[in-house]
Design a binder for this molecule. Structure first.
Ligand code: MIG
Length: 645
């Protein structure tokens, strides 16, 4: 990298602009743009794509990309910014549900890059050439911010300053939350609450997945399943339980359904090239996709949440907003034609696989995405150019409505798809993971990366979403979840029941979840401080111990706040794990109301951790407050604290 020409007008870094970039609203600070010939990296435009590259020394670490596959150190793989509904989070994937276009190199040189560009971006980080990062944008209209700093955390601070303060949810959103696809009726929800009460396990929220709706229509409630919904929500409030319904991006095409009819009448849905309403198939059948690129559509859709807030609802999760599209009529017709043509024929293998792919390729198909058009300031803009801000803008539509109507921190909300900027009004969850041991570790790795990009309220489906869990997996997953701001157990339909009370010896689960409630005053304060100071809650060890080789390479422990280090057990049948202490620390084991402490010296140790214990390390001279556990966050006594360390 060439020396930066100057420190930028505001001292945060420099902004380079080419062409007419789409306004993503990711950055809230005003910058004067520099022209791209001043760009400090080697760059070129080829076939309408802008790309730039930089070299990496052998020991450089590359951080960033937020919610993405693989490690905290992103080196050695090729990633793609392309919000994708992909339920297989294996290490061979390049993208997940989010586009968090922030990257940071740390070594002799330290710098950060934010590519503010809502179309596809390819990040080849030492994949094609070990010592090179090549970033390729699918287009040539963009803003790129280059941030300078002495160390990674300085660069994160600078980045966070320009993108604005992170969302803070209500206090009760730090309680334990139970979800499943789906608790279909009020009886099913009651059963969850009663069973938790009976097992004396704390709980603050129960989720309503798509089946609470009438034929999957957003902002409706099926009155057969939930008669007198408003009254029911009120009753649950009296039990100090919040019900959190899901909202999907697509609006069901149905005569007489007011949301759809208003959308059609006002031309609020995305179009095809020839000006028809674009139609896709998702859970409700054929839907229209609100054109969240239009401000008017955002305020319209956002205000629809009122239907539910009027009934006492104060939390939401936004799903399917990449957007996920199962099929389009066009795609289906083509596949059916292929099938028709194949009828009675002796297919060779190529033809057979082409036929099979015609069906398996129907979902989230790139041709379908390319046929969607948005209205941006009166111009028709192809979806490909703005794909990565679609979901973020859906969530922003609700977030802006909530802030206007209720003020900050009143409504819980998190989204599946996201882009930098959405962190100001909502959290995220990491989508459809699996009940795999490796996904405990993946969850851990995503936390600091998401924090860098401003997403503080986040978490994974604890216990794993897809496939069957086991008792020990859920316990170990929860023991990590004790520390994640969003602590939600969620699983897919058809999988083994994953609620804590469904396993033997529920007191182990009680022990783990009570630890969460004991830590809430500490976690909440750490969270609010991080939001206020543009800080991270979770940091890689390398941020704090940059000269310690083992700490620099550590991918299975994290620093938490100014006081702690966490190191979950993530292997089956393990009665503990090896842990590396970069300095002397106090090893604390928490289980229900029990606390044991043991000073440990810098170095490697094997620690025993039973299934009902949460391991925590506290730095020398630091203390962590604990309150007494309670069945609800509202019942916590946050005044009387015991200090450990
Ligand atoms: O196509 O609403 O990620 O949490 O349970 C699946 C049903 C749609 C995907 C979400 C998941 C949710 C599920 N949804």
């Amino acid at each position: 990298m060439k020396q930066l020409q100057n420190k930028g007008v505001y001292g945060y870094g420099e902004k380079f602009t080419l062409g007419n970039p789409i306004n993503t609203e990711a950055v809230i600070k005003q910058f004067d743009s520099l022209s791209v010939d001043k760009f400090p990296f080697e760059h070129k435009i080829e076939n309408g794509k802008f790309s730039f590259e930089f070299n990496m020394n052998e020991n450089d670490i590359v951080y960033g990309l937020g919610e993405a596959p693989r490690g905290i150190n992103k080196r050695g793989w090729v990633y793609e910014s392309f919000c994708a509904d992909d339920p297989f989070h294996t290490e061979t994937k390049s993208s997940l549900y989010a586009a968090h276009n922030f990257l940071m190199l740390s070594g002799e040189k330290n710098f950060g890059i934010f590519v503010d560009f809502p179309a596809k971006i390819r990040w080849d980080i030492g994949y094609s050439q070990t010592d090179k990062t090549v970033v390729t944008l699918n287009g040539e209209d963009f803003d790129i911010y280059i941030l300078d700093g002495k160390k990674p955390l300085d660069i994160v601070h600078e980045f966070r300053k320009i993108i604005g303060k992170s969302y803070i949810p209500p206090f009760w959103a730090f309680g334990y939350q139970q979800s499943r696809w789906s608790y279909e009726t009020n009886d099913a929800v009651d059963n969850v609450i009663d069973s938790y009460n009976k097992a004396q396990i704390p709980l603050d929220c129960v989720y309503l997945d798509i089946d609470y709706m009438e034929r999957y229509k957003d902002f409706t409630v099926d009155s057969k399943k939930f008669p007198e919904f408003a009254e029911y929500v009120k009753q649950k409030k009296q039990q100090e339980i919040h019900l959190i319904p899901i909202i999907d991006a697509g609006v069901k095409k149905e005569d007489g359904y007011s949301v759809y009819e208003e959308g059609i009448k006002n031309e609020y849905f995305c179009k095809t090239k020839d000006g028809q309403t674009f139609e896709g198939g998702v859970w409700p059948g054929i839907v229209g996709f609100p054109d969240f690129m239009q401000k008017e559509v955002r305020s319209w859709f956002g205000s629809k949440y009122k239907t539910l807030t009027d009934m006492g609802i104060d939390g939401f999760w936004n799903d399917m907003n990449e957007p996920a599209i199962f099929y389009t009529q066009n795609g289906l017709d083509k596949a059916l034609e292929k099938a028709e043509a194949a009828k009675g024929k002796n297919l060779d293998l190529c033809d057979f696989f082409a036929l099979k792919d015609a069906f398996t390729g129907l979902s989230n198909n790139s041709e379908d995405y390319s046929s969607i058009y948005h209205n941006i300031d009166g111009k028709m803009v192809c979806h490909d150019r703005v794909h990565n801000i679609y979901g973020a803008n859906m969530t922003k539509s609700a977030g802006e409505y909530f802030e206007k109507e209720f003020g900050k921190s009143k409504i819980l909300m998190f989204s599946r798809a996201s882009y930098v900027g959405a962190h100001r009004t909502s959290g995220i969850w990491f989508g459809d993971n699996h009940s795999w041991w490796s996904h405990i570790l993946l969850n851990l790795k995503m936390l600091p990366s998401a924090n860098m990009c401003g997403f503080l309220y986040c978490g994974a489906d604890l216990g794993g979403f897809n496939e069957n869990c086991t008792r020990d997996l859920v316990l170990r997953f929860l023991a990590l979840g004790v520390f994640t701001p969003l602590m939600r157990n969620h699983s897919a339909c058809g999988t083994r029941n994953q609620e804590c009370y469904n396993f033997e010896n529920t007191s182990d689960f009680k022990d783990i979840i009570e630890v969460r409630y004991r830590l809430i005053p500490y976690l909440y304060k750490t969270f609010c401080n991080a939001s206020e100071n543009d800080d991270m809650i979770f940091r890689p060890l390398s941020f704090d111990y940059p000269d310690d080789k083992i700490a620099r390479e550590c991918e299975n422990q994290l620093m938490l706040g100014d006081e702690c280090m966490i190191c979950p057990v993530y292997e089956q049948n393990a009665s503990g794990r090896y842990v590396y202490l970069p300095e002397d620390m106090t090893f604390v084991k928490l289980s229900g109301e029990n606390v044991s402490t043991q000073p440990l010296e810098k170095g490697v140790h094997y620690i025993d951790v039973a299934l009902n214990e949460v391991p925590l390390f506290i730095k020398k001279g630091k203390k962590v407050p604990l309150c007494k556990p309670a069945m609800r966050t509202s019942l916590l006594d946050t005044e009387n604290l015991e200090f450990i360390g």
